[in-house]
Design a protein around this ligand. Sequence first.
Ligand SMILES: O=C(O)CCC(=O)C(=O)O
Length: 307
Amino acid sequence: MKPEAILSRAPIAITQAQREFYFENGYLVLEKFIPDEWLERLWTVTNRFIDESRSLTGSNEKFDVEAGHTAENPRLRRLTQPVEHDPVYWEFACKSPLTDLAEDLLGPDLLFHHAKLNFKWSGGGEEVKWHQDIPFWPHTNDSVMTMGLYLEDVYDVMGPLGVIPGSHRGETYDHYNSNDEWVGALSDADHAKADPEKNAVYLPGPAGSVTVHHCRTLHGSRPNMHPTRSRPLLLNAMSSADALPITPNPTPSTHNRELVRGRPARHAHMEPYPGRLPPDWSGGYSSIFALQQEEDGANAGVRQPKM
Ligand SMILES: O=C(O)CCC(=O)C(=O)O
């Protein structure tokens, strides 16, 4: 759906000025947007998963763990597709203030794409290198975005999400390395061009705050250098119903392309996709952390394009 059509409808959760800010700048941060009752429910299930991860000695399809992860000292990078593992996460995606926010920025008919819970553990929890989302999962148009909920108070030292304002209106970057392998991050040359050191805005916020970034917005985050506190960020990606993925979902779930709200689209809204296509994810996807760090085996299942 086009921004003008979305903006012509009355907002339900945020102000018109906040919607205009989002379309102009490609991001938004809403302090304490999610009420405490929701945070309590989400923490109850999240703590259960942290405990479950203690028995792991390495990553699997559900949990992405750092190298030093142990039962006594769990170091989780990600719970993949939380919506698949507990109905509370799904209810949060489709029946909460987050869904109202999605309607204000994507229109009344909403499709779910995927969710993930990035923990960024205390004492050095890994950086996320600068990237755009749309090259991972190109769609027929740009009405696609990711909303992140901080489950904890997040300060600058904890690696809050960073964005480059206005970058959603610029170039769609290549996310391959010089060997033509997908790495899910900007090359050194593109990083220097985008210059996050100069242009980035970081979005810390108290627990319950929500960040939103457009699918073309350049974003990344630094390591979490807090000695004791992790930075759990629950991310939900959704689109307008008329924005259809043109490649397989790297992390599909049973909720892939499920209608979150409204009515199914009768027609796809088509806009040119100027970026390079991702590899064929249908053979497998590890995680953005493993791929960006170019860890051994991270690209194992990925069917790289053959040139
Ligand atoms: O966790 C973060 O700081 C950013 C996450 C992100 O961009 C991603 O997982 O694609």
